[in-house]
Design a protein around this ligand. Sequence first.
Ligand code: ARG
Length: 272
Amino acid sequence: MKKVTKIFALLLVLALALSLTACGGKKEESPVGAVEKIQAKGQLVVGTSADYPPYEFHTEIDGKDTIVGFDIAIAQAVADSMGVELKIVDMSFDNLLMSLANGEFDMVIAGMTSNEERLKTTDFSEPYLMSKNLILVRTEDAGKYTTLEDLQGAKGGAQTGSIPFDRCVTYCGAETSVGLAKVQDLIMELQAGKLDVVFLDYMTVLTYAAVNDNLSAVDVNIPSESKGYSIAVQKGNTELTEYINGVLEQLAADNAVEGFVVEAQQLAGMEE
Ligand code: ARG
């Protein structure tokens, strides 16, 4: 009887020892880091709103619809640095941060700037490029809008959920401001005379003005407190944010972003 108890006790000790090793072993593998997780799935999933040339937009390459732009080139550099494939998910700008919070992508790059409101729910990388807002008007109206005061009461349009939309409401007035989900619809309404001014980021304004004779870019000195465009990541994912900052630093050291911009402008139909 005694012998049996002894063996049982020994077995128990052995079992405990084994489970401790198992525990210890597990601890070494986990917690799996944010970057390791992306590497394990082999894909960096990036959310964007591909209606914003030259930041991100659709174009035909070898007869195939493709999303290109300098933001996409930056996202590609992050994916390359991780050694994974880049997967782009295109959706309305207004839904990007919610979908990011829901875990639908690893990061968002969309000509997006951080502000206090967005920082409540989202983390942002260091800025990779300066930001500025311009307005787009019909060429025949270009002389009409030279100062912010001239905008009061104008029929203004901007993308829903964007910072330019807030500016539009501030300077045109809430009654005459319209938010639309897609930038291309804003351009159509402007050309059709249903809108008088469209608020967008400067490079998008410059692109549309360059490729459409009937549209012109105007700088009315819209004030901005933004530091520049940043990549958005899920709140609290410091590891990924820091990793991205490292890639951005490297790109800056190589002056790579300027090259991406020039290439994207050419793809968007802007001549040098
Ligand atoms: N810079 C503006 C913002 O952060 C607008 C960006 C719009 N981007 C786009 N891909 N449509 O709100």
